[in-house]
Design a protein around this ligand. Sequence first.
Ligand code: ATP
Length: 248
Amino acid sequence: MIPADHPRAKSLHTREKLVDGFRRNLVAAEGLIAHGRGEAFDYLLGERTSAQARAATKAAAAMLLLAKRPVLSVNGNAAALVPKEIVELAQATGARIEVNLFYRTEEREKAIRDELWRYGAKEVLGVGGRASARIPELSSERRRVDPEGIFAADVVFVPLEDGDRTEALVRMGKRVVTIDLNPLSRTAVAAHVTIVDNLVRAMPALVEQAWALEGKDRRALEKILADFDNKKNLAQSLKAIRSGNKRA
Ligand code: ATP
């Protein structure tokens, strides 16, 4: 229904995917609102990937490839927008996939698991009784994680995560990689590598980088990480927003 020459065509397609995900019970109503916050930042970024987002993507791929027990945490928005890329990133990095919801219901967990299965995931952690471990210092259902997944992970990938949980994961000693369009969010600030870009652009790029770096020796990957500074990355991302990302 959306004309291809509409100036917001891509953005409108993404919205349609989310609304469809909402109707299929993958996405929570609150997830639609969270997307709106992301869209506002994307508008300011000129809906384009910045040079620093590309550098952060490379560092993110290196961190995932260097991990001993990487886990990709998947919420409803991620499952609705980039299910194929989540499965591909797990394949490229050897990471496990875990469903991890802010608004947890077993029905949604299963709907998300089934969607990931449809795209070829062999295993999906964190569903129902599997999420029996606790993130310390967090209250209610938000703290439940899989003892074989996020709880035991050394590197956790948490696209579009809430700040409390990201901070709690960092306190547990995890290395955290995120994708978040808001460079000022607590998640963006607390993470070790923050890709300030739209999930729908960042995930295909991250998969591509992971395949490109896969098989490189550890020292080359460690060098990529050593050269990356997340504070600088966030400061430059803010600059890109101020300039409408015209020069990137
Ligand atoms: P925090 O708790 O980290 O300070 P918040 O309360 O804004 O931030 P949430 O609403 O839980 O966080 O999470 C949504 C985050 O994800 C927001 O920072 C939003 O900008 C970002 N976001 C939403 N949609 C996208 C998207 N498609 N791509 C990238 N980031 C997105």
